[in-house]
Write a protein that binds this ligand. Structure first.
Ligand code: ZN
Length: 352
């Protein structure tokens, strides 16, 4: 059984790209219970290891989330914000926010916009832009500047919640769920290890350009890598399956296939899934994926890389939704794969 308390604790931490420390500390604390070695590099990526044989398998899950940053405080104490990562500004209207102010103190506010009563007809029809929104902390500029400064980080004020036994909603499931899976997979591997040296990595700054994947994969120089992220589910209204395929919540973890994925690793993952009785879904990815797998594959002389994704609805909103059975499938698949590749070397993964 996966550790739901740890998952909910991870989800409740504020950690936009560049300010992942709070989340990383919770991840690290959990890792120290079973990993042989736990350490953090100068970029902020945190590593948890088990085993010291061959090959070295890197499991990457990004610990950062999309967030907000204080850009400008006006004379009345209204705060203009920038997105840290890719926001649809429509999602932000009317939301409550949680910023981390001076000395780590939480400061709460709301995102304001003119109400419908006074919107001009042409304004009603237009998508709202970030610069038309502000955060109202309910304080004067003078009081606010005692607790909040330009450059401070915030997130939408939501934590994780199980709607049913299996369906979990939260902000930051992208990609706290991946950071969770790589550590749970390490834990399962540690209970029944092979020769493989498995290193789970909580990477930083993925949402602003896969930046932690670059530094961590160079630093670790693994023989093989698996990135774990979320992918767009297509099982809800208005999605054109002809263009992005058929991906369901509860349909199992998703294996990406395409140029970003080493074909030998892909086939071995499929074989492992078959042997273990894990249902998987396949996603066509005809270019570099927008995930850590992209930069990891291109590090040094090329690292054999795969991408396992968890189907997710309503990505980059405060109510992202996943099915925990897909998460359990991914944990089992990765820990079994780690055992299966015992004793292999990088050369075993030359694609042809
Ligand atoms: Zn992600």
């Amino acid at each position: 059984m996966i550790n739901k308390d740890f998952l909910l604790k991870l989800l409740s931490q504020v950690g936009p790209s560049g300010d992942e420390g709070r989340v990383s500390r919770v991840w690290r604390e959990e890792a120290e219970k079973f990993a042989k070695k736990v350490y953090t590099d100068t970029h902020g990526n945190t590593y948890a290891e088990f085993g010291d044989g061959k090959p070295t398998l890197m499991l990457a899950g990004h610990i950062d989330e999309i967030g907000l940053m204080v850009q400008y405080i006006d004379d009345n104490g209204f705060v203009y914000i920038s997105g840290v990562g890719g926001w649809d500004p429509q999602v932000l209207v009317g939301q409550r926010v949680r910023f981390i102010g001076k000395d780590g103190k939480v400061v709460k506010g709301v995102i304001g916009r003119k109400p419908i009563h006074i919107l001009k007809p042409e304004e009603r029809d237009k998508a709202v832009k970030m610069e038309e929104l502000w955060v109202d902390f309910g304080m004067t500029k003078e009081d606010l500047e005692k607790v909040i400064s330009v450059g401070d980080y915030g997130v939408l004020d939501w934590d994780g919640e199980f709607l049913t036994d299996f369906r979990l909603v939260s902000r930051a499931l992208d990609d706290r769920i991946g950071a969770f899976i790589v550590l749970e997979a390490l834990k399962f591997y540690a209970q029944n290890p092979g020769e493989t040296r498995v290193v789970a990595v909580a990477t930083v700054q993925e949402e602003i350009g896969l930046r932690g994947a670059k530094t961590s994969s160079y630093f670790l120089n693994p023989d093989i890598a698996i990135a774990v992220d979320v992918t767009v589910a297509t099982d809800y209204p208005g999605v054109d399956k002809r263009t992005i395929g058929d991906i369901k919540l509860g349909g199992g973890p998703v294996l990406a296939k395409g140029p970003n994925i080493n074909p030998v690793v892909f086939e071995l993952l499929l074989e492992t899934a078959r042997e273990e009785g894990i249902t998987v879904q396949i996603e066509a990815s005809p270019r570099g994926t927008p995930t850590d797998a992209n930069f990891i594959q291109m590090e040094r002389g090329g690292i054999p890389t795969a991408l396992i994704s968890i189907p997710c609805r309503y990505l980059h909103s405060p109510s992202e939704m996943v099915d925990i059975r897909d998460v359990e499938g991914a944990v089992k698949l990765i820990s079994s794969f780690a055992r299966k590749i015992s004793g292999k070397t990088k050369e075993d993964f030359i694609p042809w």
